[in-house]
Design a protein around this ligand. Structure first.
Ligand code: G6P
Length: 370
């Protein structure tokens, strides 16, 4: 087992560091570099007529994969203007969702064996929808039963807390969203090319971000002493906050909540007291000012705020206690980078608390029973 960890103390840390490679492999062979387009035609057999007939998309998944789906909603809606709903599979399968032959159901599952996700897939097919699976395991139940499969090439993920599988799912979603956009002609070629260029830069940017691990470790050690912590963000930053909060809960056992920053006044603000740690993501340019006002609200209650900002942001430091910056990319792509410091925070907080990072109590890597 030690050998498989390649010198890392835990599988989770190794898998966090494997993300640049997982990006490269998930992108590889799916981009036409001459045309600057996404080409999934070798893997996905959806006709142009079918793609043009999709009138809504349901994304269904559990756990971390569900959080990737939440990012997927923003991404696919922005790229294609197709309405997207996201459900946790255990809800979807029992809520009698409105599925028609023009509904594309996307299931996301690292293992491809999660019982609820598989049941949701079957329920969707029974209702006449096509199912596209994003999964990391070729030959898994989900990959065998889905109509179409888009594999993530993260490699085996051993740690219970998912890291490289999540970020690879994001890359698969970006590629699929762009592919739909190309077929439905919702964006100019130049806009698509810009996305592709930015996606190609993600692996090197992720590598650069990992160099900040020692700084993040210091923050984590400070946060590890607390029993409650909050994540706030808006739009894509909120979706990433949910994943950051889940990571922290899973392995550090610190109670944490992710809140859409605009909702603070409707509840969470009552819990913001002296010194409570708040991690505030502010990477989305279009709602940046709103986010800063929310940060000022928690600072006014004496929260200790760690901000996550884009490189070059000199403003945020004025409103928060500490800042971590992520390399600049297109707004839709920021989750693929902003989640990395949050993964490291969870890892180092769990370590500081002496927990079993790779095998947290009560949790399993794959939930194959209901
Ligand atoms: C478990 C794992 C999570 C994972 C979830 C869904 O809860 O601990 O890391 O996100 O199952 O698993 P899947 O294999 O379907 O992505």
């Amino acid at each position: 087992e030690t050998a498989e960890k390649d010198g890392f103390d835990h599988f989770m840390l190794k898998e966090i560091y494997e993300q640049p490679r997982a990006y490269r492999e998930t992108i590889s062979n799916r981009i036409n570099h001459q045309l600057n387009t996404v080409d999934l035609s070798q893997e996905i057999n959806l006709t142009e007529d079918y793609i043009k007939s999709i009138d809504k998309i349901h994304i269904v998944a559990c756990g971390t994969a569900y959080h990737a789906g939440l990012v997927g909603k923003y991404v696919i809606e922005q790229l294609t203007r197709i309405p997207v709903e996201v459900d946790v599979a255990s809800e979807y399968r029992y809520r009698n969702p409105i599925i028609t032959p023009n509904t594309l159901v996307m299931v996301i599952s690292q293992s491809g064996e999660t019982a609820d996700t598989l049941a949701a897939l079957r329920e969707s097919q029974r209702n006449g929808a096509k199912v596209l699976a994003i999964t990391n395991v070729n030959g898994s139940s989900v990959s065998r039963e889905a109509d179409e499969v888009l594999l993530t090439h993260a490699g085996p993920e051993i740690a219970v807390a998912s890291t490289k599988a999540y970020t690879s799912q994001l890359v698969a979603i970006y590629l699929f969203g762009l592919y739909l956009s190309q077929v439905r002609e919702t964006h100019e070629d130049a806009a698509i090319a810009k996305y592709i260029q930015a996606i190609k830069e993600l692996p090197a940017q992720a590598e650069k971000l990992l160099e900040f691990a020692p700084i993040i470790k210091q923050f984590a050690e400070r946060f590890a002493k607390h029993e409650d912590l909050f994540f706030i963000g808006r739009s894509l930053d909120f979706a990433v906050s949910l994943e950051g909060s889940l990571k922290l809960k899973e392995i550090s056992y610190i109670h944490s909540e992710a809140y859409p920053a605009g909702e603070l006044k409707h509840g969470t603000l009552a819990l913001i007291t002296d010194g409570i740690p708040v991690i505030a993501l502010a990477t989305q340019e279009d709602i940046y000012e709103k986010m800063v006002s929310n940060i000022i609200e928690v600072k006014a209650r004496n929260a200790y705020v760690l901000g996550i900002a884009l490189e070059g942001d000199t403003e945020l430091a004025k409103s928060v206690d500490e800042v971590i910056t992520i390399p600049k990319t297109l707004p839709l792509l920021t989750p693929a980078l902003s989640v990395i410091p949050l993964q490291l925070l969870a890892y180092y907080a769990a370590l500081a608390r002496g927990n079993d990072v790779d095998k947290p109590r009560n949790l399993a890597k794959s939930v194959t029973v209901e």
